[in-house]
Design a protein around this ligand. Structure first.
Ligand code: ATP
Ligand code: MG
Length: 328
């Protein structure tokens, strides 16, 4: 039997190049080897997004991009989180073994709640729902970006805690991170993560951006006043970010990338990065259009996907409830 893999993205916006380089690129490789589940985490979007029409559009678009990037329903399972009520059900059960202290330490919560005067309980609860997502399916591997490391650690701690208290129930999951590109930064502010829910997208490349927009955004990317093209995230965050994108998209290690750019200027780096991004994104955009014009196809794939895994999720919740002393 193959090892299981679980991961997701939230339809809080449209997928970015950061999502592709840090996560989807790895998913494409891993779906070949593992029993893989890729979820569009729509329930997670409710923590920040409220407009129902936007949520619907983004949900279709994220799934359309999964398919366009090459996630293949013949090889993996694709579905929307809200199709399977076992997710929020297990979340509640895990909430009750999570301490306020550990949940309050989540840096993503602190960042997202910062400067907002209306923060939902859902946003606070997000990491426990994420733990439920993963633990429901006995996932051994969880390919994610660096920003999710702390949440994955919480999922591991909850699995271990539950197993110790109630007996062996959950597989303890392992995070899988890209060697290069596990955190892609905003092109306008290379100290800030590229994020699809940003209000201002001038420093984010979206998979749906026109090729012209992509060229402009890379041309305007912040670099530094030096001229050396080397990977040095601390002193050269902008240049290192462009090199990371280039390395992942052209499937070359960082040493070969540095060798390739030796003696070249920043203009050349930006041109090469633009070519690499366009050659990956252009074919994705063609397929994306097809799926967005055939939403019934997306719905059928998601229905089939959810049916494949629903029983497994329900069985896990039943087991957890029994162990915790619930009668029915
Ligand atoms: P949001 O702003 O709503 O949090 P996001 O762009 O961070 O959106 P998520 O849906 O939270 O996207 O994450 C989907 C996957 O992409 C996760 O595995 C996450 O770690 C990864 N990821 C997100 N942003 C980046 C990034 N800038 N670099 C590398 N990986 C990323
Ligand atoms: Mg995120």
């Amino acid at each position: 039997m193959k090892d299981k893999l679980y991961t997701a993205a939230k339809p809080t916006g449209r997928l970015t190049l950061g999502n592709y380089v840090g996560a989807v690129d790895n998913w494409l490789k891993m779906q070949e080897e593992y029993d893989s589940i890729f979820c569009v985490a729509d329930l997670h979007s409710l923590t920040v997004l409220v407009d129902p029409k936007e949520l619907k559009d983004n949900s279709y678009a994220v799934m359309a991009n999964y398919l366009a990037c090459g996630l293949d329903p013949k090889k993996c399972t694709l579905y929307f989180q809200s199709q399977i009520p076992a997710h929020p059900e297990l979340c509640w059960l895990l909430d009750c073994i999570t301490s306020m202290g550990e949940a309050s330490r989540m840096t993503a919560y602190k960042e997202k709640a910062q400067n907002k005067n209306n923060v939902s309980v859902g946003l606070f609860n997000y990491p426990m729902l994420m733990a439920a997502d993963i633990l429901l399916y006995d996932a051994k591997y969880v390919p994610i970006g660096e920003d999710q490391r702390q949440h994955l650690e919480l999922a591991r701690n909850l699995a271990i805690r539950f197993n110790n208290k109630y007996g062996e129930t959950f597989v303890v999951p392992q995070g899988v991170y890209q060697k290069v590109g596990a955190k892609i930064y905003n092109l306008q502010n290379p100290l800030k993560k590229m994020s699809k829910s940003d209000f201002d997208n001038s420093g984010n490349i979206l998979l749906e951006d026109s090729l012209d927009e992509i060229k402009k955004k890379i041309k305007r990317a912040v670099t530094d006043s030096d001229s050396k093209i080397i990977y040095d995230p601390e002193n050269k965050p902008g240049v290192s970010n462009l090199l990371s994108i280039y390395s992942v998209l052209t499937k070359q290690n960082m040493k070969s990338c540095e060798a390739f750019f030796e003696g070249k200027n920043y203009g050349a780096l930006k041109n090469e990065v633009t070519n690499a991004v366009i050659s990956v994104i252009e074919p994705i955009q063609e397929k994306f259009k097809f799926y967005m014009n055939n939403k019934d196809e997306i719905e059928n794939i998601a229905k089939e996907g959810a049916e494949k895994i629903r029983a497994q999720a329900e069985k896990k919740v039943k087991l957890v409830k029994e162990k915790m002393g619930l009668l029915f």
